[in-house]
Ligand binder design. Structure first.
Ligand code: ADP
Ligand code: MG
Length: 590
C-alpha cells in the first residue's frame, strides 16, 4: 500500500499483507516474525519483545522492562510500522526525555523505514515541524512514529487538539513512554513533566500506552502504573539480578585516586569503565589525577558543554577514552555494551540510583565489576546533599547499610534487590547465598555505645571525625567512660560504628551550615534512651578485620564506678537556641 505513496526505496522489501481482524495469535506471530526479518533485518525476537508487541498491537496497556541495550526501541518501531503502514494509517507518539535520544531514534527509524519518523522538539526548525504536522494530518503522509519531549507535550495546547482529531479519525495508534521510570521521584532521572503524563490516558482511555524502562523495581513499577493511569497493564519483565556482575565494597583511604588507579591497573588494564563521583569537583580532580597516572580519563558533568559531552561520549564509545569520570549527569542514553567496571568514588544517594549506575557494567553478559570505594565520612557529605525528607534519608541509609555490610558479591546483589523492594528478608536467607563478607568481623559495641551517647549528650553534636578523634583523645572521665577503654576501637572503627548506629537510629543526625557548606552533626538518636536504660544491651557492629586485629574479643576491663561523679571538665557550653535550630533541621524542618 505505502509503495504507492512513498518514493520507492531499494532497501525495502515488499510489505507483508495486512492482518485481518480475525487473525489468530499464530498468524499474528507469523506476521511479526516476517516483518522483523524482512523489514528490520533481524533474525529473531529477544525476550519480552514478542509478548510486548502482541499486547500493544492488541491495544493493551503494557509496561516492559528490559536492560539498556535490550531492544526496547524495537517494540515501538515495529508496532508503529505495522499500525502506520501495514494495518492502517495511524500514528504512534513516543514521549522521550532527551533531545539526543530523540534525534538518534528518528534517524534509526528513518534508516529502517524511510520517511516514517519525525520529532517535535526544540532543535527542529518550526517550519519543518509545521510540515511534519501536515504530513501527520494527511492520511497518505507516511508518518507512523512521532517523538515529543514531555515538556513540549505539556507546554503546547495544540498537541492535545491534534491528538483529539487523530483519535476521532481512529488514527491514534498508541502512546509510548520511553524511560518511564523518569516519572518516579526515586533515583536521579526524575522529571517533573513525566508525572503529568497520566493526562494522556485520562483524555484518551482507549488509546493503548506502552511504557518502557530499564529499571523499575516493584515500588517504582507501581508508581509508574499509577502515575500513567494505566488500565490493568500487562508487565513484561526480565530478571533484575545480573549474574555476570561482581559487586564489592572497598575501604577508601586518603589517596583514593591512587587506590583507584591501582585497582584499574591490576584488574582492568585498558578496559572500558565509568567512575561515578559525588561532585563535579571530585570528577575533575579525580580524572586529572588518573590522567597524570597514565589512564585515559575524562570528566563529564553538568558544567561540561554539550559539544564536549558529545565528544567525550564518542571517544569513550570508540575506546579512545578509557574511563569517564562522571557525576550522575552521565546516565540516560548511555549504551555501551563492553563496560568492564563501574567504580563509585563515593556512595550513591539511594540503592535504586546505585543499581542503575552500576548496572551500566557488563551489558554484553560478560563478567564485569561494580565497586564502591567507601569511607564513612562520605555519609556525612551525602547526607548534606540529600533532601531533608524522611524518604530521602531512608534511601540513603539503605545505601549506607549496603556499604557497611561489606558482603560478598551475592550478598551485595541480594541486599540491592532487597533495597529495591524486590525480595524480602526471608528470601534473602532462603536464597542461601547470604554470606558474611570476607575479612569482616562482628563486635558487640554495647558498652561503647552507652558511653558515646552520654558523651554526645554533653555536646552540641559532633561530626564523625570529631568523635573519632576527640572522644578517643579525651582523658577518661569517670562518669562518662565508666568501665570502658575507649581506645579499644580504632579511629576507623569508631567512624564505622557511628554510621552503623545512625542507621540503627541509636544515633541521630543534624545537618547544620551556611550557604557555603553544610555539615552533618551526630546527636543522640531515637533509641538512645532505650540503650542507656537497657541492662542487657547487645549491639553488633561489623568491621573490616585489621591485620593482627586485637578487637575480635575485646578485653573486658572492669573498674569500679566512682562514688561521687565529678563534673565533666570538657563539657561544651550549649546554646539552647542553636540546638533547637539543629534539631529542626534534623527533623526535615517539620
Ligand atoms: P534499549 O532497550 O536500551 O532502548 P535499543 O532499543 O536501543 O535498546 O536496542 C539496542 C540494540 O539492540 C540496537 O542496536 C538494536 O538493533 C538491537 N536489537 C534490538 N532487538 C534485537 C533483536 N531481536 N535481535 C538482535 N538485535 C536486536
Ligand atoms: Mg532506549
Amino acid at each position: 500500500i505505502f509503495r504507492r505513496q512513498l518514493p520507492p526505496s531499494p532497501s525495502l522489501p515488499p510489505a507483508p499483507p495486512p492482518l485481518p481482524q480475525t487473525a489468530t495469535k499464530d498468524e499474528k506471530i507469523h506476521l511479526l516474525q516476517n516483518t522483523l526479518k524482512d523489514t528490520f533485518r533481524l533474525p529473531s525476537f529477544r525476550f519480552s519483545q514478542l509478548c510486548t508487541l502482541l499486547d500493544t498491537l492488541n491495544s493493551k496497556d503494557c509496561v516492559t522492562l528490559m536492560p539498556t541495550g535490550g531492544g526496547k526501541s524495537l517494540c515501538y518501531q515495529l508496532s508503529s510500522y505495522l499500525n502506520g503502514r501495514i494495518l492502517g494509517k495511524s500514528v504512534t507518539f513516543c514521549i522521550s526525555p532527551l533531545l539526543s535520544l530523540i534525534m538518534d531514534q528518528v534517524k534509526q527509524m528513518n534508516d529502517i523505514i524511510p520517511n516514517s519518523a519525525v520529532a517535535f522538539c526544540t532543535g527542529v526548525p518550526v517550519t519543518e515541524q509545521t510540515k511534519n504536522w501536515n504530513r501527520i494530518r494527511d492520511v497518505g503522509g507516511g508518518v507512523c512514529l512521532a517523538f515529543i519531549t514531555p515538556e513540549k507535550l505539556h507546554k503546547s495546547q495544540k498537541l492535545f487538539k491534534e491528538f483529539t482529531k487523530l483519535s476521532d479519525q481512529n488514527r491514534l495508534a498508541r502512546f509510548v513512554i520511553d524511560e518511564c521510570h523518569c516519572c518516579c521521584t526515586w533515583g536521579h532521572d526524575f522529571r517533573e513533566d513525566y508525572t503529568k503524563l497520566g493526562r494522556l490516558k485520562a483524555t484518551f482511555p482507549k488509546v493503548p500506552v506502552l511504557a518502557l524502562t530499564a529499571t523499575a523495581p516493584k515500588p517504582v513499577l507501581d508508581d509508574v502504573i499509577n502515575i500513567l493511569k494505566l488500565d490493568k497493564p500487562s508487565v513484561h519483565k526480565s530478571e533484575l539480578k545480573r549474574a555476570n556482575l561482581r559487586y564489592s565494597i572497598k575501604s577508601k583511604d586518603s589517596d583514593a585516586a591512587g587506590q583507584i588507579h591501582e585497582y584499574i591497573c591490576q584488574n582492568h588494564l585498558g578496559q572500558s569503565g565509568i567512575i561515578y563521583t559525588l561532585s563535579r569537583n571530585d570528577a575533575d580532580t579525580l580524572s586529572s589525577k588518573l590522567l597524570q597516572l597514565g589512564i585515559a580519563a575524562q570528566s563529564y558533568h553538568s558544567e561540561v558543554s554539550s559539544s564536549e559531552k558529545k565528544g567525550i561520549h564518542e571517544d569513550w564509545m570508540s575506546g579512545k577514552v578509557q574511563v569517564v569520570v562522571a557525576t550522575i549527569a552521565f546516565g540516560l542514553g548511555i549504551n555501551k555494551s563492553n563496560v568492564r567496571f563501574v567504580i563509585h568514588h563515593s556512595l550513591s544517594k539511594s540503592i535504586f540510583g546505585y543499581y542503575q549506575e552500576s548496572g551500566r557494567a557488563g551489558r554484553d553478559g560478560k563478567p564485569a565489576d561494580c565497586v564502591i570505594f567507601y569511607a564513612p565520612k562520605d555519609v556525612g557529605r551525602m547526607r548534606c546533599l540529600v533532601d531533608n525528607s524522611v524518604a530521602g534519608e531512608k534511601q540513603l541509609f539503605t545505601m549506607v547499610r549496603y556499604c557497611e555490610e561489606r558482603g560478598s558479591s551475592s550478598t551485595c546483589q541480594n541486599l540491592i534487590l532487597r533495597g529495591l523492594g524486590e525480595i524480602d528478608k526471608e528470601d534473602m536467607h532462603k536464597n542461601g547465598d547470604f554470606e558474611e563478607g570476607l575479612g569482616t568481623e562482628t563486635i558487640d559495641v554495647a558498652k561503647h555505645v552507652k558511653v558515646l551517647i552520654k558523651f554526645l549528650r554533653q555536646t552540641d553534636g559532633l561530626t564523625t571525625g570529631q568523635i573519632a578523634t576527640e572522644w578517643r583523645a579525651k582523658e577518661p572521665d569517670p562518669i562518662i567512660s565508666e568501665h570502658v577503654d575507649r581506645k579499644e576501637l580504632s579511629k576507623s572503627q569508631v567512624e564505622h560504628m557511628c554510621v552503623q548506629l545512625i542507621v540503627k537510629k541509636i544515633l541521630g543526625v543534624a545537618v547544620h551550615g551556611n550557604k557555603y557548606k553544610n555539615t552533618m552533626y551526630i546527636i543522640p538518636g531515637e533509641y538512645s534512651q532505650q540503650c542507656l536504660e537497657s541492662e542487657n544491651l547487645h549491639i553488633e557492629c561489623k568491621f573490616e578485620k585489621t591485620k593482627g586485629s586485637s578487637t575480635k574479643k575485646p578485653r573486658a576491663k572492669i573498674r569500679t564506678a566512682p562514688t561521687e561523679p565529678p563534673k565533666p571538665q570538657w563539657q561544651k557550653k550549649i546554646d539552647p537556641n542553636q540546638r533547637k535550630l539543629k534539631e529542626s533541621v534534623s527533623n526535615g524542618g517539620k
